[in-house]
Ligand binder design. Structure first.
Ligand code: ATP
Length: 233
């Protein structure tokens, strides 16, 4: 579904991604793991058209060629950014409507919003409240739901568990597994390497902007280098 070939990204003079290739097949949940600064977020930003890159990205056979975030979203890729980034002064409902801004099917948009409120009644009760006043966990659920409002084929999650209490981390991962179970393909960046490897089908380990290991969840969990360096031995 997604094919990234020899991707390189520079921020001014600083070269942070060095010829990374990866692929995601339809229906998979793939994770990118690695230490701080390895380039994981930059990979997602390149795929969703937020940063310029060299190399080739194709999605369902269509080349993106630095076509920009609006076209990437229109093609069916939605990005849930690190740190939630809800619109703090907009209400919960308005945030969800923003997630659907390319859609014209208003009745279906309203149905998706109501479906989300059924699933998370706390947010339904707060539908008219400014999103900035929600708790961190509520904001994370809202950010994920907003991402799904475009009805993406592929969703990119950047550190969805960051800064959440353990019970909310579990709830967040359950939500993501549910999204995948309903047919959306997932590419997720996650600092928590153990959780990322337990949830995924396949994973890529990035280090200093390069892929240094890749494999199935089982292969990665059994890899001695990964166990030592990322899973606490
Ligand atoms: P973390 O887990 O800490 O979020 P990461 O693996 O997601 O790290 P990136 O955020 O992609 O890493 O950053 C990769 C490198 O690019 C880092 O060295 C970072 O300092 C640098 N970088 C990221 N964004 C910019 C930017 N806008 N301008 C300049 N350098 C940047």
């Amino acid at each position: 579904m997604l094919r990234v070939e020899a991707l390189s990204v520079r921020y001014g003079p600083v070269h942070v991604i060095h010829g990374v290739s990866l692929s995601v097949e339809e229906g998979e949940l793939v994770t990118l793991i690695g230490a701080n600064g390895a380039g994981k977020s930059t990979m997602l930003k390149a795929i969703s058209g937020l940063v310029k890159y060299e190399g080739k990205i194709t999605f369902n056979g269509e080349a993106f060629d630095n076509c920009g975030p609006r076209n990437v979203l229109a093609a069916g890729i939605s990005h849930c950014p690190e740190g939630r980034r809800v619109f703090p002064h907009l209400t919960v409902t308005e945030n969800l409507i923003m997630g659907a801004y390319l859609r014209k099917d208003r009745d279906e948009v309203a149905r998706d919003i109501n479906g989300f409120f059924d699933r998370f009644p706390r947010l339904g009760e707060r539908r008219s409240q400014a999103a900035g006043t929600l708790s961190g966990g509520e904001q994370q659920m809202l950010a994920i739901a907003r991402t799904m409002m475009s009805r993406p084929k592929l969703v990119l999650f950047d550190e969805p568990s960051l800064g959440l209490a353990p019970n909310l981390v579990e709830q967040t991962f359950r939500f993501i597994l549910d999204i995948r179970a309903k047919g959306t393909t997932v590419l997720m960046v996650e600092q928590n390497a153990l959780a990322a490897l337990q949830l995924c089908d396949r994973s890529y380990l990035l280090s200093s902007g390069k892929v240094v290991q890749k494999g199935t969840s089982v292969e990665m969990l059994a890899n001695p280098h990964i166990r030592q360096a990322y899973l606490g031995g």
